[in-house]
Write a protein that binds this ligand. Structure first.
Ligand code: GLC
Length: 438
């Protein structure tokens, strides 16, 4: 497909997913506004309509909690979605906003990146006022992340539910779930092979073949984890004292490192001083990230908050320290070796969300194998900043080829490029525009 046609087709996808002031990730499967989706969407939209890109990001702030948290979902207010809103019941927390219903957990902190990328398209005076408008919300969000999710000031932010990682069924989370947090009744359902019954209530499987989503057992256990959160009114202190499901997630913390440097840049541009306490904590994250390095395998990993042990699973997160940008050139080179290695991430349609030599690898299964355009985008960005321009360009070409051949799907087989998950997926379309126009 010609680049021009590809851009036009991508614009069509965005148009059909547009709800006016915010976009859904994909019509039927994801009918609400998602946090990091809107950030990626704005990064693409800035090339075609910068005002609309600003609106997309501003609309995220209507969901911000009084304590600074940005929720991963802001629900559509339509009658049809009462059940979704009731599942989360954000009103159980005194911090939730009054005007909109949201989830009670967050998602990777991509907002600062999106604000800067959109800012690049504005003249300096407009950019300053854009930054000045968005800065208080980003600051409050980062302060919340540290206050609420790094209570012992160790440097790494803790996630309380796998949905917060954005990589829902990524192996480290599944392994933690199985080790520490499987409710007895879910294990019983598994032992008795009754999990097929769950299909009767699962909506996602009506839109996407079950083999491309998480398993029924995983979905059930995640639902139980969500109920635990809700019961504690999304109060992390209450939760951390009892729950055995908490991870220092590698991808999230890498994205945070990068977001912190954007926050500093935004503050500088508008003449604000980032509070000292926050600056110290940001530096600590960069240092603490090195505790996740495992020398023998030459990789970074997520760490269990419960056992304090690293979770040795090679996933897409392994490569995200490149995007974070704080790791040494030497360690970055070892990550690039893994990216090219055919036993790990060097497939025909990279980058697989799980290394191909992992026992979890399945070319179609959600975050357990398929290639996703948003993580490719993050890795390309990291590669260029570490000076791997050639590798970044190859990944750009491969990604565009995958989309041009197969459509704007949610994810793709890393072996054949075959499309999977939801069709007409917003961030795939938006980031395709960005890859063609940047
Ligand atoms: C899935 C993905 C998550 C994304 C959401 C909406 O839950 O795992 O990363 O934000 O869908 O697209």
């Amino acid at each position: 497909m010609e680049p021009k046609t590809l851009v036009d087709e991508a614009k069509n996808v965005l148009k059909r997913n547009d709800h006016g002031r915010w976009m859904v990730p994909a019509g039927n499967l994801y009918p609400h506004q998602w946090l990091w989706d809107s950030c990626f969407i704005a990064i693409g939209l800035r090339h075609i309509d910068v005002e609309r890109a600003q609106t997309e990001l501003r609309s995220l702030l209507r969901g911000q909690w009084k304590n600074g948290m940005l929720p991963n979902m802001i629900f559509d207010s339509g009658q049809a979605y009462r059940q979704d809103r009731e599942l989360w019941r954000s009103y159980v927390s005194p911090y939730s906003p009054e005007q909109v219903a949201t989830s009670g957990i967050t998602q990777p902190p991509m907002l600062a990146e999106a604000v800067v990328r959109v800012g690049e398209k504005l003249k300096i005076a407009e950019r300053r006022s854009w930054y000045a408008n968005m800065y208080p919300a980003i600051l409050a969000y980062h302060e919340w992340l540290y206050r609420d999710r790094d209570p012992h000031k160790e440097g790494l932010v803790i996630l309380l539910h796998p949905y917060e990682s954005g990589l829902d069924n990524s192996p480290p989370w599944i392994s933690e779930l199985r080790k520490h947090s499987m409710p007895w009744w879910v294990s019983l359902i598994e032992r008795l092979h009754l999990d097929g019954l769950i299909n009767l209530v699962r909506r996602d499987n009506r839109h996407v073949p079950p083999g491309q989503r998480m398993s029924n057992i995983e979905a059930l256990a995640y639902w139980a984890a969500l109920r635990r959160l809700r019961r504690k009114a999304y109060n992390s202190e209450a939760l951390l004292s009892r729950s055995l499901f908490a991870v220092e997630d590698l991808a999230f913390n890498c994205i945070l490192v990068r977001a912190n440097s954007h926050l500093r840049q935004i503050a500088k541009t508008i003449g604000h001083v980032v509070p000292d306490e926050l600056l110290t904590r940001m530096e600590n994250t960069e240092k603490a990230l090195e505790q996740l390095w495992d020398e023998p395998s030459g990789q970074y990993y997520s760490r269990s908050f419960i056992s304090h042990k690293i979770i040795e699973e090679s996933t897409i997160s392994t490569l995200l320290p490149l995007y974070g940008g704080s790791v040494s050139k030497e360690r970055a080179t070892r990550l690039v070796d893994l990216l090219k290695n055919r036993k790990y991430f060097g497939t025909s349609y990279p980058v697989p969300s799980v290394a191909v030599n992992s026992s979890y690898f399945d070319e179609f299964k959600y975050w357990q194998g398929p290639s996703w355009v948003n993580t490719n985008w993050l890795i390309m960005d990291g590669l260029s900043r570490y000076g791997y321009e050639k590798e970044a360009e190859i990944l750009r070409q491969r990604t565009l080829e995958m989309v041009a051949k197969n459509g704007f799907n949610e994810y793709f087989s890393p072996l054949s490029g075959k499309p999977a998950g939801a069709p007409n997926f917003s961030w795939t379309a938006a980031l395709t525009i960005d890859l063609l126009k940047s």
